[in-house]
Design a protein around this ligand. Structure first.
Ligand SMILES: [Zn+2]
Length: 271
């Protein structure tokens, strides 16, 4: 990813997604917003610890910087499900101005509509952006460990194929900043669930620093499942930035011990 600074807001872009005409995308960081305290500064998540007015201002600042409006932002409720929703024009702006209108129990969004900015929020979970340049279809995925183990990224590609005839070989993927294997120490129960969901864990799990703990590599787990459904390895870009290690740049739930903000990853077909 590279850093872009525009209208006082800094955001990041994947090298593989930034040169397509008619496509906008971003991964936001902490810089540039009006939130204070543990939510400093560009918190995009409506939450008890921050004022809704501030979050709305942050979203407006970001929208302006990337060339859309806050009513273009379309979000799911993000419940660590593997539910994928296909978004049409009618759902544009759901969740953009508040929690109430978010698409219920949805962790992945797909659209072929222009002017709909699909956005997922994260603070350690893995945000994944997808673009099929031939069929002009986009997707945004929120994959925590549960979503990763449930193969939500692979399910999103499959749904793009079913719904819009996308060929996985045409899909370009950006796997954003999230908790890295360096900091994601988990217990036996998570490893068991990972084995059930993902099968062979070779190369995905290392012994942890603490005894009885393991390091689970969510980036590679997502990359592997995407390759398994036919995405080309050369079309998958992994930011490789650990949010816990880089909590000065990105919000991190574990790094900030639960009280933090949310950054966003969004993608839009321009009108
Ligand atoms: Zn780390």
């Amino acid at each position: 990813m590279i850093k872009v600074e525009r209208d006082k807001v800094a955001f990041y872009q994947f090298l593989g997604l930034r040169d397509f005409p008619g496509l906008s995308h971003f991964v936001s960081g902490r810089e540039g917003g009006v939130s204070v305290g543990r939510q400093t500064a560009l918190n995009l998540g409506f939450m008890d610890e921050d004022r809704d007015e501030r979050v709305l201002v942050n979203r407006m600042l970001l929208a302006e910087a990337i060339g859309c409006g806050v009513d273009d932002f379309t979000l799911g409720e993000q419940k660590h499900t593997t539910h994928v929703e296909v978004v049409d024009r009618v759902q544009r702006g759901r969740g953009g101005r508040g929690k109430a209108t978010r698409l219920p129990s949805t962790d992945a969004l797909i659209t072929k509509e222009t002017g709909v900015c699909l956005m997922v929020l994260a603070a350690d979970c893995v945000p994944v952006l997808m673009y099929d340049s031939r069929m002009r279809v986009i997707a945004a995925v929120h994959a925590g460990w549960r979503g990763t183990v449930g193969k939500i990224a692979a399910k999103t590609v499959e749904r793009m194929r079913e719904e819009f005839g996308c060929d996985p070989r045409d899909i370009i993927i950006g796997i954003g900043p999230s908790i890295g294997p360096c900091c994601f120490e988990v217990g036996e129960e998570v490893i068991e669930a990972a084995g059930e969901g993902l099968g062979d864990l070779k190369g995905l799990v290392e012994p942890g620093k603490q005894t009885g703990k393991y390091q689970l590599n969510l980036w590679e787990a997502n990359r592997r499942q995407l390759r398994q459904v036919g995405v080309e390895d050369t079309c998958i870009e992994v930011a490789g930035i650990c949010t816990v290690c880089h909590r000065d740049q990105f919000f991190s739930y574990r790094g900030d011990r639960g009280n933090t903000g949310r950054f966003g990853a969004g993608i839009m077909l321009n009108i």
